[in-house]
Design a protein around this ligand. Structure first.
Ligand code: GRF
Length: 206
């Protein structure tokens, strides 16, 4: 079997600029990378990442949440797009909608997110502001499996950055984002290759 046949098909869900999406697309241009990007799906038609994906020759889809009566029908529309592209692994990359529990359960062990903090610290919004307010000296980012509780899934990979005297939210966010772009492809590779997998509520490696 060729290496290409072993590549898992990935769908990336975005809402905005898509810089993490771009780092995953770039990683997957290496034919030995264990995943290929099959679809980029946005809930916002104006997401800048859509144009970046299209430029890279990736299929794109828009599922606008405002067009649906409830979360279940929105999720069903997303499922339909993911199935149409034979997606096997979902990566959330700045996707700003809460997913329904049934959707999350269906993708359990096959859906990743990146959060810009060293989880379990600083879940939710404004993690960089939270880190500065707490006065931590080390901050970072985390790739984790998605579970229904926000930013709480089993950890796949983490990277740390220093907090420097005089840091602002923007400076700290930029330092973390550079690490996110390195870490997310590494985390996805671990999962796509089977070197990291969800067993019960733990990530098992090796
Ligand atoms: C990143 O900081 C990511 O960690 C968080 O949302 C931001 C998305 O940025 N979940 P981008 O759209 O990938 O540039």
């Amino acid at each position: 079997m060729s290496a290409a046949a072993l590549r898992r098909r990935v769908g990336i869900l975005i809402s905005g600029r898509g810089s993490n999406m771009a780092s995953l697309i770039a990683a997957a241009t290496d034919p030995t990378y264990p995943a290929e990007i099959a679809l980029v799906l946005s809930n916002r038609p104006d997401a800048a990442g859509l144009a970046r994906a299209a430029e890279a020759g990736i299929a794109t889809a828009i599922v606008e949440h405002r067009g649906f009566a409830d979360r279940d029908s929105f999720d069903a529309a997303m499922e339909e797009r993911l199935a149409a592209h034979d997606v096997e692994i979902v990566c959330l990359a700045g996707f700003m909608r809460i997913l329904s529990a049934p959707f999350v359960d269906r993708w359990r062990g096959r859906m990743l997110n990146i959060h810009p903090s060293l989880l379990p610290a600083f879940k939710g919004l404004d993690p960089h502001g939270q880190a500065l307010a707490a006065g931590v000296r080390i901050h970072g980012c985390t790739v984790h499996f998605v579970v229904p509780e926000l930013d709480s899934g089993p950890i796949v990979a983490q990277a740390a950055v220093p907090v420097r005297p005089g840091d602002t939210v923007d400076r700290l966010a930029a330092r973390v984002l550079a690490e996110e772009h390195r870490l997310y492809p590494e985390g996805l590779a671990l999962v796509a290759s089977g070197r990291a997998r969800l067993e019960g509520d733990r990530t098992v490696f090796g």
